[in-house]
Design a protein. Structure first.
Length: 198
């Protein structure tokens, strides 16, 4: 240890090691802050949200029936609850994609939706995310129209990178969904009515 304090080279190396150690501690603290806490869950528009396999099945049965009518050439509509939408979204994301969202909840309000989830982002650490916006269902695949993204206690210098990570994860989750017809979502408190044209 005396080398670091008695020779000029030792003092320079000691100073460099001190700066490196301080930078690592600073980075570690910011990573811990980034992935602790969070924006909290979205507020349901119509009571508690229950995420179950049964609700995911109900969503899929309603959607399949809706699409069969459209396939037959007639306009139709389907109404889905927050629990049905949340259950199907959670099932789809966790079982059918490589996106690292967990504990997905979708809250529906007049004209917009909110989604909350946990995202495994960096080094296996998890941050809570809340996204506000809507879905455009007019193309071949759904497109997220995001108005706002809130993330756990993220230091300012990495906020943009984490927001981009969230946007990319949402886009990736939607890219494999094929839309066969023309759909118009109408969102109200606690439910989504989807009008369809063949």
């Amino acid at each position: 240890m005396g080398f670091f304090w008695t020779s000029p080279l030792g003092m320079v190396m000691g100073a460099v090691l001190t700066v490196i150690a301080a930078a690592l501690i600073f980075a570690g603290i910011n990573v811990v802050l980034a992935f602790s806490g969070g924006p909290g869950p979205c507020t349901p528009g119509d009571g508690p949200i229950t995420v179950t396999v049964a609700n995911a099945v109900t969503f899929q049965e309603k959607w399949d029936s809706f699409d069969r009518i459209l396939d037959g050439g007639s306009p139709s509509s389907v109404t889905l609850s927050e629990s049905e939408v949340s259950s199907r979204a959670d099932q789809y994301i966790t079982q059918e994609t490589d996106v690292d969202f967990k504990d997905i909840r979708v809250c529906l309000h007049d004209g917009y939706g909110e989604g909350t989830a946990k995202l495994e982002a960096l080094l296996g650490l998890t941050t809570e995310v809340r996204v506000k916006g809507s879905l455009d269902l007019t193309g071949d695949t759904p497109s997220a129209q995001i108005d706002d993204i809130e993330i756990g206690n993220v230091p300012g210098f990495i906020t943009g990178a984490v927001e981009s990570l969230v946007q990319d994860a949402i886009d990736e989750a939607l890219q494999d969904i094929n839309l066969k017809h023309t759909y118009t979502p109408n969102l109200s408190e606690g439910q989504a009515q989807i009008d369809g044209q063949p």
